[in-house]
Design a protein around this ligand. Structure first.
Ligand SMILES: Nc1ncnc2c1ncn2[C@@H]1O[C@H](COP(=O)(O)OP(=O)(O)OP(=O)(O)O)[C@@H](O)[C@H]1O
Ligand SMILES: [Mg+2]
Length: 298
């Protein structure tokens, strides 16, 4: 089945020729490169998820990795706006069989790839098994394997936010020193740990005056979590200072790394990118399909 196969062809083929379960076992082939999948969420909105994801994507790509951003913000997709590109299609068109995945994935700056998924997220939860397998195989047909996938989630604790967190290898919670942001981050962690048994979190504190302030916020969050949520593991992934280079670059629809490479925030994006790549992927037996298999509950 090639990349241009339509969903209908796939359904006919998988039903008539081999049967769904056979296809399922093919989909679990393990002889592929292992991507790192990080999901960025926040309890409160507007804390800097999209700014962080776009800049980190660039920083990771500059370190020689193929990076894909999945824009999973159902209500307010704006990765494309921040990168200055205009999507014509979204993953919905793949589900409807109108486009192949490679038609939908866009090229951003410096080789970053963007998969606009927001308008297809709800459909994703409703796909039947053959449609899910079709999607997995589309991922497998991409010309270049993805090394790192960054998911820009919506704010809050909706089902789709949980869905993407559950399917990811590393869950990054972003918060700022504002008390409301800390309580909302705590609420998100509580739901993920108690409702979905997630027990490892990476934390980025954004919009801080200093590293010390970021570390205090981290301690505040983790001490409350330790006290009320039992044993959870927290990793301080980094912090981003309050820095005007971020809104200025957003206004120009560029990343801060592109136009203000020397600003303090850009330096921290570089540092976090190094940290992300240093951490060894936990899934050493799979490929990007494992993300989609988890996501699509195959
Ligand atoms: N460290 C920072 N210093 C200064 N401004 C920042 C910083 N981080 C983010 N911003 C600004 O805050 C605004 C919100 O950021 P962003 O859109 O990245 O947040 P978000 O969490 O993705 O929001 P939403 O929840 O709506 O998706 C943007 O205008 C951005 O320029
Ligand atoms: Mg956003």
């Amino acid at each position: 089945m090639n990349q241009a196969a339509t969903l209908k062809e796939w359904k006919d083929y998988s039903g008539a020729e081999t049967g769904i379960s056979d296809r399922g076992s093919t989909a679990r082939d393990t002889s592929y490169r292992v991507p790192k999948v990080l999901c960025f969420s926040s309890g409160k909105g507007g804390v800097g998820k999209t700014s962080i994801v776009t800049n980190l994507a660039l920083a990771v790509s500059r370190k020689g990795k193929n990076v894909l951003i999945l824009d999973a913000d159902l209500g307010l997709a704006n990765v494309d706006v921040m990168l200055g590109i205009t999507p014509k299609y979204s993953i919905q068109h793949v589900f409807s069989g109108e486009k192949s995945l490679s038609d939908v994935i866009l090229d951003g700056p410096e080789g970053i790839k963007l998969l606009p998924a927001s308008s297809g997220i709800q459909e994703m939860c409703l796909l039947d098994e053959s449609e899910k397998l079709f999607l997995l195989n589309e991922f497998d047909s991409l010309d270049e394997p993805i090394d790192v996938m960054l998911i820009d989630n919506a704010a809050g604790i909706s089902d789709t936010v949980m869905y993407f967190n559950m399917a990811s290898e590393e869950r990054v919670v972003i918060l700022t020193p504002e008390p409301t942001s800390i309580t909302d981050a705590y609420a998100l962690i509580k739901v993920l740990s108690q409702g979905y048994r997630v027990n490892e979190f990476s934390i980025i504190v954004n919009w801080t005056n200093s590293k010390k302030e970021a570390q205090n916020v981290f301690r505040q969050l983790t001490s409350v979590a330790d006290r009320f949520l039992g044993f959870l593991s927290f990793n301080f992934l980094g912090y981003i200072p309050r820095d005007l280079c971020i809104p200025k670059s957003v206004r120009q629809q560029k990343t801060a790394l592109e136009i203000f490479p020397a600003c303090r925030a850009s330096q921290e994006f570089e540092r976090i990118a190094e940290e992300v790549l240093k951490q060894k992927g936990k899934r050493n037996d799979g490929n990007i399909k494992f993300f989609w298999q988890d996501l699509l509950r195959l």
